[in-house]
Design a protein around this ligand. Structure first.
Ligand SMILES: Nc1nc2c(c(=O)[nH]1)N[C@H]1C(S)=C(S)[C@@H](COP(=O)(O)OP(=O)(O)OC[C@H]3O[C@@H](n4cnc5c(=O)[nH]c(N)nc54)[C@H](O)[C@@H]3O)O[C@H]1N2
Ligand SMILES: Nc1nc2c(c(=O)[nH]1)N[C@H]1C(S)=C(S)[C@@H](COP(=O)(O)OP(=O)(O)OC[C@H]3O[C@@H](n4cnc5c(=O)[nH]c(N)nc54)[C@H](O)[C@@H]3O)O[C@H]1N2
Ligand SMILES: [Mo]
Length: 758
């Protein structure tokens, strides 16, 4: 519940277990969907059912009867909720009033039910017909001096069929302005890995977990953000496989976990220890750790031991000498200083890695959201390449993606820097000339809004203005626009921080039936391990006035492009036709789509490195050098702390399920700052004091967040953490990885403002 008093109590139980079971029941009750929700859960992640709308972790095909987790249940319960946002709700509350409410309150109002248009005269959203909504969008888009004045955002819940058509529509309209949530997330994987192994995706499949001999989990909070992966970690640990967790926060589920599906463990209050080695890394210390491990390997190899996979390196890679020189040139004292990890523990990690015949490295936002996130990802690949950990069972690189279809959206064309090969295919398949000039990623789209060169924003899902950095500036930028369109299931702040004209367009959700004139339709999703599966909703749509995302995309296109070469109307009813076009556009990945998708568990998209084929210019996997030990520019200020903005256990990105964070022992409060006690004492602060945090930057902008309660927490010295999106005002817009465009949300240099009124 959100309205209790804030309190803080260290969580000492294993993660998962009865706490998870209780939380599951509670959220179903809270959303009044016990029967409906429980019925739907029987179909979640099952053949013939729908894919969980929460994270992108795959589900096994040798499944248990139930294949969901606590946070999947929360996502479903909030989607299937009995609460509704109706025209009466909007009549009752002006936008100014709604802006005063918290993100949590907005979320709790329930599902959107009909299209609404902003009325400036009264500052209320008022009902509007779908025809009028599309006409308004068409009018605005056609009035632009250039197609590059529009920004077309995508959030990763959008299924392949809608995303593919959106990519075609926007390109026929004439721009590659595709800011998307991936730009804030795993873009360092998508951009960093191709120069290394030739593809921008992970190489591991779920079965590999059963054959791995060591698993590293770096910068990823598994128990909260991909809880179904805990099953794989538990199984591995029971087989005696070492698990190394690298994290500045001792995330509870990575320490000890009870599987809610394990009847015996539940009944006996048993649990499994997860990490055999917990590496309490400094924020941004991962480069030093990775290099330290590689240094151990090169040193021992030079001393005559057979540490490296020499045959693999000779046959499949290039650049190992340059990497060796770089790594051997690093100094131990500095490695220890920057990582915060002792040489002894780094040697232990190296030993685990060396002894393993097949290693998987999983990673999340703790690796990607740094100023040099893309190059950090490449160092993860280097470490794996040194022992040939690609193209064999139980081994590989495993980025743990975020949104359930964020990977799929990119595969089917949501890309601000599309390849010439894709654009050529689009021209051949659809008969128009797509734009070649690269478009805007997320940060560039905000810059364009600030500069006034962007005029229209269309958001296919998501909560753009809350997810991007520099909240104040982003709000101001958004308010300059001529038109903002939010295509969504739930009301969020992005609909309230709007342009002169604004629309809220409600969609059929993942768990609901899509019925068209051609009958029941299904959509497809690509998970984090490149499996493509069908998703069929099982619940009745919450209102008769919702449209599926596919239809919304088609009708926007028809309104904006009266002379289009594409037969949009034909795609509205029959999603099989869209899949045929996907197959035509991507023959090497999607040939035979219609047939292959009928398999109960879908199919796997080809990942060439799994076959030891490297689609790089020289046909080899490349060791890439990243000089130095810092993935973030060092800041010369003794008062500096590195701030990581993270998710609580009770949120999905900007959607706040409750104000508590059970595993970190925080209840009814999101305005907290996790800090090492010694750092607190060094600043002369008392535990539980409220402070103001200020960003250290040299652009002359003051960025502050006040009212943060300090909690003593086992953080490394110099590292603090707090919640996203509340702390986004501290993240400067231009503080991002230049290769991927991803904001460095895990390493913001900040200081506590002494004596600020908080
Ligand atoms: N329930 C739930 N599931 C989700 C989401 C959600 O919000 N809620 N979001 C989805 C999305 S879009 C995504 S991208 C994923 C995100 O899932 P995660 O990648 O787990 O994301 P975060 O919680 O932001 O942070 C990950 C971890 O990075 C650690 N960290 C911070 N800085 C560093 C560092 O410098 N080095 C290392 N090694 N670690 C560091 C933090 O302590 C934290 O444990 O989850 C997806 N699944
Ligand atoms: N400081 C900081 N900032 C971050 C991050 C961080 O760790 N720190 N993480 C970044 C990451 S990894 C990500 S992925 C982004 C997330 O950014 P977004 O993807 O933009 O945000 P979400 O909160 O996932 O979007 C939630 C909204 O999506 C809508 N929605 C839900 N389901 C559907 C659906 O099926 N269809 C449609 N059309 N709409 C739907 C609902 O209206 C809901 O309000 O945030 C990024 N921002
Ligand atoms: Mo994400």
């Amino acid at each position: 519940m959100a309205d209790g008093k804030p309190h803080y109590k260290t969580y000492t139980q294993p993660a998962g277990g009865w706490g998870a079971a209780a939380a599951t029941a509670k959220v179903l009750l809270e959303q009044s969907v016990v029967t409906k929700g429980s019925r739907a859960l029987l179909s979640m992640n099952q053949p013939g059912g729908f894919k969980c709308p929460s994270c992108a972790f795959p589900d096994p095909d040798h499944r248990k009867t139930l294949e969901f987790c606590e946070n999947g249940v929360k996502a479903l319960a909030h989607e299937a909720t009995r609460s509704r946002v109706t025209r009466d709700f909007f009549a009752e509350h002006s936008v100014a009033e709604l802006l005063e409410q918290s993100d949590y309150w907005l979320e709790m109002q329930g599902r959107l039910t009909e299209p609404m248009r902003y009325d400036a005269a009264t500052d209320h959203y008022v009902p509007c017909s779908w025809d009028d909504a599309f006409a308004l969008i068409g009018r605005h888009l056609r009035a632009l001096a250039s197609p590059h004045e529009a920004e077309f955002y995508t959030s990763g819940r959008t299924p392949n069929e809608a995303a593919f058509l959106y990519a075609i529509f926007v390109r026929e309209f004439g721009t590659n302005n595709f800011p998307d949530c991936s730009n804030m997330c795993h873009e360092p994987t998508s951009r960093g890995l191709p120069s290394s192994i030739g593809v921008g995706k992970g190489t591991v499949v779920l079965e590999d977990f059963a054959q791995a001999e060591a698993i590293f989990v770096i910068g990823q909070n598994t128990g909260t953000n991909s809880p179904r992966m805990m099953t794989n970690l538990v199984e591995a640990r029971k087989r005696g496989v070492p698990i190394v967790a690298v994290n500045p926060m001792p995330e509870r589920a990575l320490i000890r976990f009870t599987e809610p599906q394990d009847v015996v463990q539940m009944a006996t209050f048993g649990s499994t220890p997860i990490a055999s080695e917990f590496v309490h890394i400094r924020i941004g210390g991962d480069l030093a750790l990775l290099k330290g491990m590689m240094k151990v390997m090169f040193e021992r190899e030079a001393a005559g031991e057979a540490i490296l996979d020499r045959d693999f390196i000779a046959a499949h890679t290039s650049g190992v000498e340059a990497l060796r020189d770089d790594v051997l040139g690093e100094d131990w004292a500095e490695i220890v200083e920057v990582s915060g990890i002792s040489e002894e523990q780094i040697r232990r990690c190296a030993e685990i890695y060396i002894r393993s015949g097949a290693t998987i490295i999983c990673y999340g936002m703790g690796i990607t959201q740094h100023q040099q996130g893309s190059r950090l990802v490449q160092q993860v690949a280097n470490l794996l390449l040194l022992r040939g950990n690609f193209g064999k069972p139980g081994a590989g690189i495993s980025p743990i993606r975020g949104h359930s279809n964020v990977q799929g959206d990119r595969t089917v064309g949501i890309d601000e820097k599309p390849t010439p090969a894709y654009l050529d295919r689009v021209r051949e398949v659809f008969g128009f000339e797509p734009p070649r000039r690269h478009g805007h990623h997320t940060v560039e789209s905000v810059e364009a809004m600030k500069a006034g060169t962007a005029k229209v924003f269309i958001g296919l899902g998501g909560n753009f203005v809350r997810a991007v950095p520099d909240t104040e500036q982003a709000y101001a930028a958004m308010r300059r626009l001529e038109l903002t369109v939010g295509i969504a299931t739930k009301l969020n702040r992005g609909h309230l921080v709007h342009g002169k004209d604004a629309l809220i367009l409600p969609v059929v959700a993942r768990s609901e039936h899509i019925r068209t004139r051609a009958g029941e339709q299904f959509v497809t999703i690509e998970d984090s391990m490149s499996n493509v599966t069908a998703s069929r909703g099982v619940l009745e749509p919450v209102s008769g006035d919702l449209l599926p995302e596919v239809e919304i995309v088609c009708r926007m296109a028809m309104a904006a492009l009266p002379a289009s070469r594409v037969d949009w109307a034909s795609y509205i009813d029959d999603y099989g036709r869209i899949r045929d076009k996907i197959a035509e556009t991507y023959p090497e990945l999607y040939a035979g789509f219609a047939e292959r998708i009928t398999a109960p568990h879908g199919f796997h998209l080809d990942i060439p490195p799994r076959r030891r084929v490297w689609p790089t210019p020289d046909g080899k996997a490349n060791f890439l050098v990243f000089a130095g030990l810092h993935p973030n520019t060092p800041v010369d200020d003794p008062a500096m702390l590195r701030l990581a903005t993270v998710r609580s256990h009770d949120q999905f990105n900007t959607t706040i399920y409750s104000n508590s964070d059970r595993y970190r022992g925080v209840y009814n409060d999101r305005m907290v700052l996790f800090m090492n006690e010694a750092d607190r004492l060094a600043r002369g602060l008392e535990a539980g004091t409220r402070v103001t945090l200020e960003t250290i930057s040299d652009d002359g902008v003051q960025r502050r967040v006040a009212g943060l309660t300090i909690l003593d927490y086992p953080m490394p010295r110099g590292a603090v953490a707090g919640y996203y999106p509340e702390l986004n005002p501290l993240l400067p817009l231009d503080y991002y990885d230049r290769i991927s465009g991803t904001p460095a949300a895990k390493s913001v240099p900040v200081r506590v403002v002494p004596n600020a009124a908080a």
